[in-house]
Design a protein around this ligand. Structure first.
Ligand SMILES: CC(C)(COP(=O)(O)OP(=O)(O)OC[C@H]1O[C@@H](n2cnc3c(N)ncnc32)[C@H](O)[C@@H]1OP(=O)(O)O)[C@@H](O)C(=O)NCCC(=O)NCCS
Length: 126
């Protein structure tokens, strides 16, 4: 059965401005090394950071949790397979919450334009 869905929309410009101001201080707080490497290799990195930021927030929405309720954004990592398909790798409190709720599947889809990035997360349990 479906446990929850979450959706989020990010303006890439906002991410770009934060990165310009805080650089690694911001990036390392939110994104994994793998995510940073993935985004950095693209011409417009902020688009891909935006999509990953949206994925992290969508995951929280799907759980019904907000920021500051225990799960850190860095506990939620987007990884792409060899075909480019993204999925979420969870650690820390994010993993604890998934196990506590007996969620068996976590689905993620991303899309972006130059201006906006969007993610949708769907959680399933038996
Ligand atoms: C899936 C596909 C149709 C999406 O095309 P698109 O409309 O230009 O993509 P969007 O801009 O809407 O979304 C981009 C996101 O789609 C996701 N995506 C990419 N490939 C995907 C796939 N095979 N399955 C599911 N999602 C995929 C990624 O999350 C990507 O964002 P990210 O790079 O920041 O992680 C296209 O990427 C495709 O045909 N891929 C097939 C695999 C392929 O040819 N890969 C080339 C490897 S060099």
């Amino acid at each position: 059965m479906i446990y929850g869905i979450g959706i989020d929309l990010v303006e890439n410009d906002r991410i770009e401005k934060i990165i310009k101001k805080w650089d690694l201080k911001f990036l390392n707080r939110i994104f994994s090394d793998g995510e940073i490497q993935y985004c950095k290799k693209h011409v417009q990195a902020s688009t891909h950071y935006g999509a990953r930021f949206a994925a992290k927030e969508s995951f929280l929405k799907a759980l019904g949790l907000g920021l500051g309720e225990g799960v850190r954004l860095s506990d939620i990592e987007v990884v792409n397979d060899e075909k480019g398909k993204p999925s979420l790798m969870l650690s820390g409190e994010a993993k604890v919450q998934i196990e506590k709720r007996k969620i068996t599947e976590v689905h993620l889809s991303l899309t972006h334009t130059k201006q906006y990035a969007t993610a949708i997360v769907l959680l399933e349990k038996v």
